[in-house]
Design a protein around this ligand. Structure first.
Ligand code: NA7
Length: 547
């Protein structure tokens, strides 16, 4: 991995640029490259000491992507596609981070990134329609455009458990894992949380710990990750087929080339049904949720997937009583993002692993020595919080973004995030949010999604510049209609039936709004392309500063 330069946030404290980008993950890096290529001056601010975004921070054992490496990689440069060699079907966190460092070097991106610099405020000057961007290092930068590339899953959720601060042992959150790693050998470890992060980490921690207690509030559906090493022949075939792979991905429901079975799950024979699910099981990754087109639309179709899943999972858990606790009963399969694992359920067959059902015996408090449930005290040396994120809005809402009339983005989103196409917010001209609420976001391949969004933003800026127009701004009526459209589409599916972070249900007090656009990545791409082709309908194009 390439060494990072010293933070450059101290270099030029006061400056004017065309674009400020917040975040240097997949989206921020591409924003910098794409907009620079268009002749714009760009400054990126990144809180971490290196590039990578969530892949910089989420270094817990077992962290791996659930989208195939060949698809979870940039499409904008065919030489990059051809030269990079993924070693596994589903890449590990270190390999993805190495890839992003390679991209940063290859396209000379670091010189415009200020590392270890957190944006604190973004304030609109209504007279000039420029943004004043301030950072925690004292930078004050004037920008015509701001791009929020902060990631929908980057603001860690620390649970409000009484006494957490009093614990005398080590405490880790999966999203802020120590860079030097953690050795759990011989320790009594508690893991709170059984979402994707917990489910990936638990089998690895179990191999080291003397005793592992898994504190489970809600069980989750997980399928085997299906990871395998990639050999030269497979890699060569993938590289030769890249153009078609990308074409299919851009038209697909979720940004990968695999298409669902053409028929309803209810219209195929029992054998066809079994074989289709078996193929998805073998493929691994998140696409088990999308084997049939109606799997997330009707409960009858969903039940066919759920029953297949349950039979597979029960077969690998020794104790039927443990299986009963591990098998979800409260939501349709896939209505929460399905998890992917490496022998997760088998881990509960180990002698050193105990499952604690928090639905039956909730956590009461944590003290210096460990954790109390209503039933027992657990002595612990280390506690791992795999408790997820304030998803989709959390990282944006940490920023003090002040738009027209002194109204903050937090005030504008008090009832839930209101955007037009996920990209623009009324009252916040020239501010673009990438892959967040109102867009397919976490339901799609985030790399291609970032490219789609940033190509759209770059074209919108070029459109303004061609007309010498200072600003573009989402209209109130268009945003209201888009929010209603997103809600309507979600209601036609099973997705709102789970208490998921898609709905904000994991954060106490957060408005319950189904945040992603569920209509599909390809459909969404067509919608935003049509809007652009029609001269950005639903947006006001300000022709002068008084408009
Ligand atoms: P998730 O999917 O939000 O999972 C968080 C887990 O933590 C989940 O099991 C929660 O239970 C549990 N949790 C949260 N707060 C508590 C408290 N107070 N007590 C007990 N248990 C708690 O986050 P992940 O990091 O695993 O994955 C997020 C996404 O990142 C993932 O989908 C991938 O796309 C990448 P709950 O379900 O709320 O009962």
């Amino acid at each position: 991995m390439t060494a990072q330069p010293a933070p450059s946030g101290t270099a030029d404290k006061s400056a004017a640029v065309d674009v400020v980008v917040v975040g240097a993950g997949f989206a921020g890096l591409y924003a910098l490259h794409r907009l620079r290529r268009q002749g714009l001056s760009v400054r990126v601010f990144e809180a971490a000491a290196g590039v990578g975004g969530v892949w910089y921070w989420n270094r817990y054992p077992g962290a791996r992507c659930d989208v195939e490496s060949v698809d979870y990689s940039y499409s904008f440069d065919s030489a990059l596609e051809q030269e990079w060699n993924w070693t596994e079907k589903y890449a590990t966190q270190p390999e993805i981070l190495a890839y992003l460092n390679h991209v940063a070097d290859r396209f000379d991106l670091r010189r415009d990134i200020s590392f270890e610099t957190r944006v604190t405020d973004m304030v609109l000057d209504e007279k000039t329609l420029r943004w004043e961007v301030r950072t925690d290092r004292g930078d004050v930068v004037s920008a015509r455009f701001c791009i929020l590339a902060v990631g929908p899953l980057s603001n860690a959720n620390i649970p409000a458990i009484e006494g957490l601060d009093s614990f005398a042992g080590e405490v880790y959150h999966t999203a802020h894992w120590p860079h030097e790693g953690v050795d759990f050998t011989g320790k009594r470890v508690g893991v709170i949380g059984t979402g994707s992060s917990g489910i990936q980490a638990i089998p690895h921690i179990a191999k080291e710990a003397a005793q592992l207690y898994v504190f489970q509030r809600t069980p989750n559906y997980s399928v085997p990750a299906g990871n395998i090493p990639l050999d030269d022949e497979t890699r060569a075939a993938q590289k030769a087929g890249y153009a078609e792979r990308r074409r299919l991905s851009m038209l697909s429901g979720g940004g990968s080339p695999h298409q669902p079975h053409p028929e309803s799950a209810l219209d195929v024979s029992a054998e066809e049904l079994r074989q289709t699910y078996e193929r998805r099981w073998e493929l691994g990754g998140v696409l088990f949720s999308k084997a049939f087109p109606d799997q997330l639309v009707t409960i009858e179709a969903n039940d066919t997937a759920r029953l297949f899943w349950e039979q597979k999972v029960r077969a690998v858990i020794d104790d039927p009583a443990v299986a009963d606790v591990l098998i979800p009963k409260d939501h349709p399969i896939g209505a929460k993002r399905i998890c992917t694992d490496d022998n997760y359920f088998q881990t509960f067959n180990r002698d050193n692993v105990s499952l604690v059902n928090l639905r039956a015996t909730p956590i009461e408090r944590i003290d210096a020595s460990g954790l109390d449930t209503t039933e027992a005290h657990y002595d612990l040396d280390a506690l791992v919080l795999a408790t997820g994120f304030d998803a989709m809005t959390g990282s944006v809402q940490k920023l003090n973004v002040v738009g027209r009339g002194g109204r903050t983005l937090n005030e504008a989103w008090a009832e839930g995030p209101a955007t037009y196409l996920g990209l623009g917010v009324p009252g916040f001209p020239n501010l673009f949010n990438i892959a967040g609420p109102g867009a397919p976001s976490v339901l799609a391949n985030m790399v291609l999604h970032s490219e789609l969004h940033l190509n759209w933003v770059a074209d919108a800026i070029a459109f303004l510049d061609a007309r010498s127009a200072p600003a573009i701004e989402a209209r109130e009526d268009a945003a209201a209609e888009w929010v209603a459209e997103c809600t309507r589409r979600a209601a036609e599916t099973l997705m709102p039936q789970a208490n998921s972070w898609y709905l904000g249900a994991n954060i106490p007090g957060k408005p319950r709004v189904f945040m992603p656009f569920v209509g599909g990545f390809g459909v969404y791409g067509e919608i935003i392309a049509d809007v652009a082709a029609a001269g950005y309908n639903g947006f006001d194009i300000h022709q002068d500063l008084t408009a």
